[in-house]
Design a protein. Structure first.
Length: 343
């Protein structure tokens, strides 16, 4: 792990690239025949997506709508008040999903400006939205300037590379405790799960605000702002995490979790060359936790840059945090907390 500070030029480049992406995503697109409007022209987002072609834009007006399964490269834009709610479809198993990107056909999709309403989801009530955005093997997806209320997973990227998750707000993140669904508790997930012969690369989560409410009785896994699982060159920067301790639960509130361990028997690659930079987790139990390499090597810290974070950092025994932590807690492999993630 590098303990050298990120250069001023490097930080400016990071902020500039993210800001340029944000500005570009918010540039008004001229009216043209390839803009599909909901509900003015199409009653549902799914109907618009079915009729659209790669590169088309779907603009959703104020109102409450079911989400959609996306199998094309689309630009999904929510106007002020456009809200995605839980519906029978799309879904994965018993859990309702906002936008489901099931495979690589959705690569290049942009999702911006929506409110995802998952308030009240729990083991006892699976009717609300459980997962805001759930994707598998889709690359170069942009998720920018969205609001997530409730849900147990806001943004989930399984086996996709080069995502940009920027300027989103997650409030009242929850989890399904293990007396029922035993899942979730993660705002932003970058994970290797289905394709085990190569790590996903180059995923970025920056400038997001995450607030989570650890439910009573959540004892088996932590609640996490950004979960980095089996990744290469993931960058987690300038996020704000507020996931405080719940005395009625053993779970930790963690800003960033970097790991190669998930979901009981699932074995994935170590995370390598991870940047965790300038995040604020002072209102969480930990701003950063890095799990020990399950195989006993240097993975999960290999090539990592950890700098400028505010809050308590939890690293494997023998590691040093550089200039990072207000406090450092070191762990052993036996102390690792498990995790359960929808994919």
């Amino acid at each position: 792990m590098s303990t050298h500070p990120l250069t001023a030029c490097g930080l400016v480049a990071l902020i500039g690239a993210a800001s340029s992406s944000w500005a570009g995503e918010h540039h008004e697109r001229p009216e043209q025949e390839h803009v599909f409007r909901v509900p003015q022209r199409y009653a549902t987002i799914q109907a618009a997506a079915d009729d659209a072609s790669d590169g088309d834009q779907i603009v959703v007006a104020r109102g409450r709508f079911c989400g959609a399964t996306i199998t094309k490269r689309l630009d999904l834009r929510g106007k002020d008040g456009a809200t995605i709610i839980g519906c029978e479809t799309p879904a994965t198993g018993a859990y309702r999903v906002g936008f489901l990107l099931p495979d690589a056909r959705a690569s290049g999709t942009k999702i911006r400006g929506f409110r995802f309403d998952g308030r009240g989801v729990s083991n006892a009530n699976l009717t609300p939205l459980g997962a805001g955005i759930l994707a598998r093997s889709a690359d170069q997806v942009t998720v920018i300037d969205n609001d997530f209320q409730g849900t147990f997973q806001a943004v989930t990227n399984t086996d996709g590379s080069h995502w940009s998750v920027l300027f989103n707000r997650v409030e009242h993140l929850t989890a399904l405790t293990c007396d029922g669904g035993c899942a979730g508790g993660d705002a932003i997930v970058f994970q290797q799960r289905l394709v085990l012969d190569q790590r996903p690369k180059g995923n970025v989560a920056a400038f997001n605000h995450v607030q989570g409410d650890i439910p009573d009785g959540l004892n088996e896994f932590s609640m996490t702002g950004v979960f980095v699982l089996g990744q290469e060159r993931a960058r987690v920067a300038a996020n704000l995490f507020r996931i405080p301790h719940n005395p009625a639960a053993a779970a930790h509130g963690v800003g960033v979790l970097v790991s190669d361990q998930c979901c009981a028997a699932v074995v994935v690659s170590t995370s390598v060359k991870t940047d965790v930079l300038f995040n604020d987790g002072r209102r969480s139990e930990l701003v950063l936790r890095v799990d020990p390499d399950a195989q006993g090597g240097a993975g999960n810290l290999e090539g990592a840059r950890i700098f400028g974070n505010r809050g308590q950092v939890d690293l494997p025994a023998g590691a040093t945090p550089g200039h990072d932590a207000l406090r450092l807690r070191q762990q052993s492999a036996a102390a690792t907390v498990g995790h359960a993630v929808l994919y």
